[in-house]
Design a protein around this ligand. Structure first.
Ligand code: P6P
Length: 343
């Protein structure tokens, strides 16, 4: 017999309104923006759920700005998020993995002229996994428009410390939306499809200080730098009290990070000889995941510096990332420190 997990039935919508009460100066715009985001997530979830049945699998036959083949779902999800965010009237600019340039939102009405938020998102991250039914997800980060912005990019080419909201929605065996508005507070919501509501099921997520799982594409071992090789070799040989580390890699960032955030350990996509700046995009993959991780008590580093201290050079810039449990990430930093001194 299915029993609703003991929750107070706090929906995401109510959670956001409760959060708004803490900000006396709040206009409600951020709440409207987040409401638009969750509607798009629900819409995408309903399509992912049936993708195999409604011909939404397979290639679109086009290529995105990254030079990657687009899946049908990439294209549709991108349209849904752009439309939903535009309709909120609270977004001035958007950056999407699927669009080459910044999306400028034309105000629909007088009050939209005061739109002050900028959203960077990857509508369907891990889309290469869609056709095999593996978890995929949406990743998003929200910034305030830069006051003295001379052009649309300016509001995005700022350090990750400017991010005010970060989250992801994972489309898997269940639909989980994990979000933080800062204040060291990360919360997880599970979609109840019959209600059409995200219900608070994982309040105040804290990442364990240490974890025994590492998540990295070991197929690239020979292409890694010496510090990364040494760190992964250490994990394989290093046994604390006889325990060994377990390797878990799905190849879908949202799924790999969700497991790391919830259970601890480390997720990494380092530089390699083919991806000399790393593969993951700074603005709409690394920044949101790094912010979530830090707010849950973890850490996120490039190896050499804190991810959120990066200032992207372009809206589709990439960076290496090691994120997860505080102690695990600090060990990575120690390895990079040793190897940088030996250069
Ligand atoms: P690789 C998916 O394409 C993605 O952008 C992330 O979701 C994932 O973490 C990474 O790339 C996987 O890359 O090279 O290991 O297949």
């Amino acid at each position: 017999m299915f029993e609703q997990k003991d929750t107070e039935f706090i929906t995401l919508s109510r959670f956001v309104l409760d959060e708004q009460k803490w900000h006396k100066e709040a206009t409600g715009d951020l709440s409207i923006l987040l409401s638009s985001l969750q509607v798009a997530c629900k819409f995408v979830e309903s399509i992912v759920r049936k993708a195999g049945l409604v011909g939404m699998l397979g290639e679109e036959g086009s290529v995105n700005v990254q030079g990657e083949g687009q899946k049908k779902l990439d294209v549709l999800a991108n349209k849904l998020f752009i439309q939903s965010l535009k309709s909120s009237g609270c977004v001035a600019y958007m950056v999407s993995e699927e669009n080459k340039d910044v999306i400028i939102v034309e105000p629909k009405s007088e009050c939209d002229k005061n739109a002050k938020y900028c959203v960077a998102f990857d509508p369907i991250d891990g889309s290469s996994n869609i056709d095999t039914g593996i978890n995929v997800g949406t990743i998003f980060g929200v910034f305030r428009m830069k006051e003295d912005a001379k052009n649309p990019e300016d509001s995005f080419l700022v350090s990750g410390n400017n991010i005010i909201v970060a989250g992801y929605c994972m489309y898997g065996s269940s639909c989980n939306l994990v979000i933080t508005l800062g204040n060291n507070n990360v919360n997880g919501f599970t979609l109840n499809p019959s209600l059409g509501e995200f219900i608070l099921t994982h309040p105040n997520i804290r990442t364990p200080e240490h974890g025994d799982t590492y998540s990295i594409n070991e197929g690239k071992y020979t292409k890694w730098d010496e510090a990364t090789k040494a760190y992964i070799d250490f994990l394989k040989l290093h046994q604390e009290g006889g325990k060994t580390y377990a390797s878990r890699y799905i190849g879908s960032m949202v799924a790999d990070v969700h497991r790391t955030l919830m259970s601890g350990g480390i997720f990494a996509y380092p530089v390699d000889s083919e991806n000399t700046n790393g593969k993951l995009r700074t603005l709409y993959e690394s920044f949101p995941m790094a912010f979530l991780c830090e707010q849950a008590g973890g850490k996120a580093t490039t190896g050499a510096k804190r991810v959120l201290d990066i200032v992207p050079r372009s809206i589709h810039d990439r960076c290496p990332i090691f994120l997860g449990s505080k102690e695990n990430v600090e060990t990575v930093e120690e390895f990079f420190e040793i190897y940088s001194n030996n250069l």
